[in-house]
Design a protein around this ligand. Structure first.
Ligand code: 13P
Length: 250
């Protein structure tokens, strides 16, 4: 049985004092959850988040990184830098980075490999636009992203990559995918992984759903057999809401 991993993506939100206050509030409510909990915070909050979760089961992630170890890349952060301070996860290829910062599949692939090289767990985001969805191209788009973003990974690497299926039309819109749709699409993703890496490896990959997850819909989504947890945006900013999502099974 795959575990459920419930991750928060704060995007560009929260100052250090707000980060500390968030963890103070949430820790008592989620410390005995059996689900894996990851919170991906802005670079400037990483240090405060890491200190705040010491001695708890909460893991901290970043939201992006460069693929090189070091060098003349002004403004960038390397995988080694994240690893050195105790970060364990990193979101790669979020649709907002693809849209606003011209993140390409080629760069996403380099970042996924670079993350594995230092032992960071990448959370790869893939998903279709509304236009693609309405044109019936969802499966084709996802297969293409899987092929390019996960190109030439070893079986060990694929097994420890998390995939977040985030339909772009569901992100920040309040329009959550139905549990049936999300489950069916995640099944397609796993089938494609099986085509490339074999069923045994594909069955080990954690595939989350992301897009307007709220306390009201988290239980029905996470109880679906193919949905291995979620990547939560807006609702991860409020300790009370995120705690309810993490505790969907209580
Ligand atoms: P929302 O939960 O705000 O829709 O965001 C989803 C997301 O982009 C998580 O990475």
């Amino acid at each position: 049985m795959r575990e459920k991993i419930i991750a928060g993506n704060w995007k560009m939100n929260k100052l250090p004092n707000e980060t500390i206050a968030f963890f103070e509030e949430i820790i008592p409510f989620i410390s005995n959850s059996k689900n894996e909990i990851v919170i991906c915070v802005p670079y400037t909050d990483l240090f405060y988040a890491l200190l705040s979760v010491q001695g708890t089961k909460i893991k901290i992630g970043a939201q992006n990184m460069h693929w090189e170890e070091k060098g003349a890349y002004t403004g960038e952060i390397s995988p080694q830098m994240l690893k050195a301070i105790g970060v364990e996860y990193v979101i790669i290829g979020h649709s907002e980075r693809r849209k606003h910062f011209s993140e390409t599949d080629e760069n996403v692939n380099k970042k996924i490999k670079a993350a594995h090289n230092v032992g960071l767990i990448p959370i790869l985001c893939i998903g279709e636009t509304l236009e693609d969805n309405e044109a019936g191209k969802t499966k084709e788009i996802l297969i293409n992203q899987i092929k390019l973003d996960l190109k030439d990974l070893t079986n060990d690497q694929i097994e420890s990559t998390i995939i977040a299926y985030e339909p772009i039309w569901a992100i920040g819109t309040g329009k959550t995918a139905t549990k049936e749709y999300a489950n069916k699409t995640i099944k397609w993703i796993r089938e494609e992984l099986a085509n490339i890496y074999g069923k045994e490896s594909a069955d080990k990959v954690i595939i989350q759903y992301g897009g307007s997850i709220k306390p009201e819909n988290s239980k029905e989504l996470f109880e679906m057999p193919d949905i291995d947890g979620g990547l939560v945006g807006g609702a991860s900013l409020k300790a009370e809401e995120f705690a309810k999502i993490v505790n969907y099974d209580k």
